[in-house]
Design a protein. Structure first.
Lengths: 143, 80, 143, 80
């Protein structure tokens, strides 16, 4: 069971875990990425996540297939949220179920790292001083 | 032939739009579309070889295009 | 915030996650170990977990301190269950919160691996054929 | 002096008990307690140098003991 979805609703870790659970899998590994209240010393009021949705889902689906081949994953889910998020909100949830603990955690890291590197998703950070900036885009401040 | 160009995030901000249709010669490649986009107002600060996807797959500058293809310019990604 | 506890009640992943959550931490990594319905080809009816409780909590507390020093963990919790468990039951839950994702997952792996290697906890597997065996104890079958 | 010995899991099964009190000479070490335990009925299949903890910390055979110490024999662990 593999699923990669862009969502506009809160990501619920319990639902993700329940989705991959099975009595044949001894290990479940979960990663949650959360909006932080500060970034590089600036106070963050919120982040607007946007994505090329169709491609992000396709790319994350490929990443899950790769993890399945490399690590023998039994089941895995990625949910990435888009829209306006505030500090404490979960922006990404990844869960992996595997017979064994080491490959479960290997696969979790692979999926999280590859999603961050390859999925066409962007964030516009809103700072307490009212300015906004595209994260990772170098000199592309929009205010 | 016609291709659809999609722009996202900081690129969409720079060019003031997120989607346009281009008519290209039949032998056009990704590099040709990049040249067309680079001549638009606001495109001066785009990188010279931006990351591109064709029909939702990463592609390189030499990729040749077909009628109806969707060519997306992908700013530095920052998901997670 | 660090906590290592032997418990006799079900381990709830949501409670563990909530316990370590903070707006300064961008990454939460969770591991759940679950009783499998088969082990090395034998059908498992259940596992009786037992422990040297005081020492297990002390050793897991040391492991959390080590993870704090090595990886700069902000908050982490280990809960290990003892008693009669059936397939699907969670036997161990570990959660780590960190500013960044890579050390969150490094610390998770460290804590899970060290707990498995060092915490004085044992399991007596019950098989479908009625036999029982101490796991990992070599020739110490009790039936 | 007196030490408390604790036995767990397969070791408790083998020796038919999980706790006993031993009177030991004042200079006794972990190795001395291990020897005492090894002579009990059922101890024949214990490993020659079992893993031991003194007062909830792993200890080696040369560790010297004090009155009231708790010496635990730790079978191969299998948590998680």
């Amino acid at each position: 069971m593999m699923r990669a979805t862009m969502v506009r609703h809160p990501i619920l870790s319990d639902s993700l875990i329940a989705e991959v659970a099975s009595e044949s899998c001894g290990a479940t590994a979960l990663f949650l990425g959360t909006v932080r209240s500060s970034n590089e010393g600036r106070e963050v009021g919120g982040i607007e996540y946007s994505a090329y949705d169709e491609m992000a889902e396709r790319e994350m689906g490929l990443i899950l297939e790769e993890a399945g081949t490399k690590f023998g994953v039994e089941a895995a889910v990625i949910e990435h949220r888009v829209g306006e998020l505030v500090p404490g909100d979960v922006s990404i949830g990844v869960v992996v179920a595997h017979h064994h603990r080491a490959p479960a955690m290997d696969a979790l890291r692979y999926i999280v790292d590859e999603t961050k590197a390859r999925a066409p998703i962007w964030k516009l950070e809103h700072y307490a001083d009212g300015s906004r900036e595209w994260v990772g885009a170098g000199t592309s401040s929009v205010t | 032939m016609n291709v659809t160009v999609r722009l996202f995030a900081s690129y969409a901000d720079k060019l003031g739009r997120s989607r346009l249709e281009l008519e290209m010669p039949d032998s056009a490649t990704v590099a040709d579309v990049t040249r067309s986009i680079s001549s638009l107002p606001g495109a001066a600060t785009l990188p010279p070889s931006p990351l591109v996807a064709v029909n939702c797959s990463y592609a390189d500058a030499r990729t040749s295009l077909s009628d109806g293809d969707e060519v997306a310019f992908i700013p530095p990604v920052a998901g997670g």
